[in-house]
Structures are given as C-alpha cells and as structure tokens.
Unconditional design. Structure first.
Length: 90
C-alpha cells in the first residue's frame, strides 16, 4: 500500500507540472485543445488525490490480494503520464 501511495504522489507531481505548463500555454494561445488537456489533467489529478486519500483512510479494508493490482494500475498510469510529459516537451 505504501508503494502505491508513493506512485500516486508521483502521478500527482507530474500532473501538477503538466497543468502548470498547459495553463501557461493556454494563456498564450487560447487554443481549445490546450483547454481540453487542462481538463483531462485536472480530472486525472482528482482521481489520484482521491486514490491516495483512500489508501490512507481505508487501508484496513483493502484485501492483501488486491494490492498488486492497485500497484500495477498506478505504475501503468505513471508510465503513461511520463510519456505525456516527455511528448509535451518535444
């Protein structure tokens, strides 16, 4: 559960940086696509904030067998966000 929390916090960090970048880009261009990216990043951040909170608040309710799957989901999301982060700077 601790590893999932750390990965969730890493996701939140990447999403925060992406939101800052997209907000600055939107201020300069007023592009609708950039606004869509801001909305997408905001919803993903909300998801990760709720997930990290749930890891702390409901830790005793999670079955031990479920933890590897939660970690896998978080690592897959981290990989996807890392690619999005990299592509943003190309």
């Amino acid at each position: 559960m601790g590893i999932s929390t750390v990965v969730g916090l890493a996701n939140i960090g990447i999403l925060t940086v992406l939101l800052i970048i997209y907000t600055r880009l939107y201020r300069n261009t007023k592009a609708i696509f950039t606004m869509g990216l801001m909305f997408f990043v905001s919803l993903l951040m909300l998801h990760n904030l709720i997930a990290v909170y749930a890891y702390f608040a409901m830790e005793q309710l999670y079955a031990i067998g479920l933890l590897p799957y939660l970690l896998g989901i978080n690592i897959a999301e981290l990989a996807g966000l890392s690619v999005l982060f990299r592509v943003t700077f190309l």
